[in-house]
Design a protein around this ligand. Structure first.
Ligand code: HAM
Length: 426
């Protein structure tokens, strides 16, 4: 082999992609129930979009972007997340001019040059939702409930919802100053990253795991909120309590992207260990303006599909892999031609049908049928063909009977009806 898949990327083999479709099916159904429409944006964007949108001082922009120059000397970047792109599309299509609130969901690959480990990849996939044009606490609560519904429908139980408010441009300068005053005498003790963040982004000092021992006694964000941020945050909590959702207030939850204002949240699945955040998000009331649109309120979250897959695998919640074929055909002697014709008709009727290799013994063909796991086997015998018949064997009950070749499609359709219906739901 020339070389393996690049570090931090993964192939999805057909056995796994069936489970992915199942997970994505849950996401799409829940998003539709909340009235979100699917948004598909390019996988790469102008680098400037992420520098402006996510923030120059974030790890994502400083260290993790896959940036390249195209042949026209433009600087482009593989999207590290989808919020900035969703906002760009909203502004570019002047959706704000249509009035009302836009609700988008997306599913797709994101790229971050991070140190790969269990649950952390360089190419990973997110399902996310963004609401633009509405600023009430009910929007933040709706997004949290939507995310939780997906995780619950996936079967996960031990979830922790962490909630915080990171304030707004009115109250954040006060908090920044308080944090700088608090950390000033400890600067020497902090890690290199935090020393660099001290001037530019002191809020991030709160969520550094290495420097956590020096956090004791740090100013609490929630004590610094302005009355408007306070009211908003109380409103979100009230709605969550009314919906019987448990949450933990975590004043150190500041998130790694700079666009957040007011509500910030993360949903963790602790059994995943170090990478336990299955979803994260919050409000970003200044982002549309930052990207060149009119002042518009926004809020959203994204969920890591690989992490959800790992959590479900861990709990045995992934669906059973279905056999590829529902029907398998075996043909005796010169019956391969007629068998091929019938198989083609069945496939045209969307019945998943396999055909044993031509010229092999009947024993080998039946063995292949058995291995394929198909419930029904059609045996095209020379003798039955004289009468226009074919043998239909049910591998589950072991029963077998002759049916007319001309009725094969109809007969199989009615036998498989329930199986087909179930399959379509995945
Ligand atoms: P984020 O917290 O960076 O937020 O990512 C959201 C989720 O994506 C994480 O909770 C995690 O499940 C998954 N994730 C992130 N990085 C990786 C990785 N390297 N490997 C595997 N999974 C990963 C955002 O991306 C924001 N855009 C969310 C948002 C939407 N905020 C407002 N709207």
């Amino acid at each position: 082999m020339l070389t393996g898949a690049p570090r931090g990327t993964k192939d999805l083999m057909p056995e796994e992609s069936g489970s992915w479709r199942y997970i994505e099916g849950i996401m799409k159904r829940v998003a539709a129930a909340y009235g979100y429409g699917e948004l598909r944006t390019p996988v790469f964007e102008h680098t400037e979009l992420f520098q402006r949108g996510i923030g120059d001082t974030t790890d994502v922009v400083e260290k993790e972007m896959y940036t390249f120059e195209d042949r026209g000397k433009r600087s482009l970047t593989l999207r590290p997340e989808n919020t900035a792109s969703a906002v760009r599309a909203y502004v570019e299509h002047k959706v704000y001019g249509q009035g009302g609130t836009a609700r988008y969901y997306y599913i797709g690959p994101m790229f971050r040059y991070d140190r790969p480990q269990a649950g952390r990849y360089r190419e990973f996939h997110q399902f996310g939702c963004e609401v633009l044009g509405s600023g009430g606490p009910e929007v933040d609560a709706e997004l949290i409930l939507l995310a939780l519904q997906i995780l619950r429908e996936a079967g996960l139980k031990e979830l922790t919802l962490k909630l915080n408010s990171v304030g707004c441009p009115k109250c954040r300068p006060i908090l920044r100053q308080k944090l700088k005053d608090f950390y000033a005498p400890k600067l020497e003790l902090l890690c290199e990253d935090c020393r660099n963040r001290y001037e530019r982004n002191p809020l991030r000092l709160l969520d550094c795991k290495t420097c956590a021992p020096h956090r004791e006694g740090a100013p609490n964000i929630l004590d610094c909120l302005c009355p408007e941020c306070r009211r908003h945050f109380d409103g979100v909590q009230e709605l969550l309590r009314a919906a019987a959702v448990d949450f933990v207030l975590d004043p150190t939850l500041v998130r790694g992207l700079d666009y957040y204002t007011k509500t910030a949240f993360e949903i963790q699945y602790p059994p995943l260990g170090a990478q336990s955040a299955v979803a994260g998000g919050g409000r970003y009331d200044g982002l549309v303006e930052e990207i060149g649109g009119p002042a518009t309120l926004g809020s959203g979250f994204a969920m890591g599909i690989e992490r959800l897959y790992l959590a479900m695998e861990n709990q045995g919640l992934l669906p059973q892999v279905r056999p590829v074929y529902q029907v398998y055909a075996a043909a005796q002697g010169d019956q391969f031609g007629p068998a091929f014709k019938t198989v083609t008709k069945l496939r045209a009727a969307h019945i998943k049908t396999g055909l044993a290799e031509a010229g092999r013994s009947m024993k080998a063909q039946l063995k292949a049928a058995n291995k394929a796991g198909a419930r029904l086997v059609l045996i095209f015998g020379e003798e039955e063909a004289q009468r226009g018949q074919v043998v239909l064997k049910d591998m589950v009950t072991g029963s077998q009977r002759e049916i007319a070749v001309s009725t094969v499609t109809n007969t199989l359709q009615s036998i498989l009806q329930t199986e087909v219906e179930q399959d379509e739901q995945c």
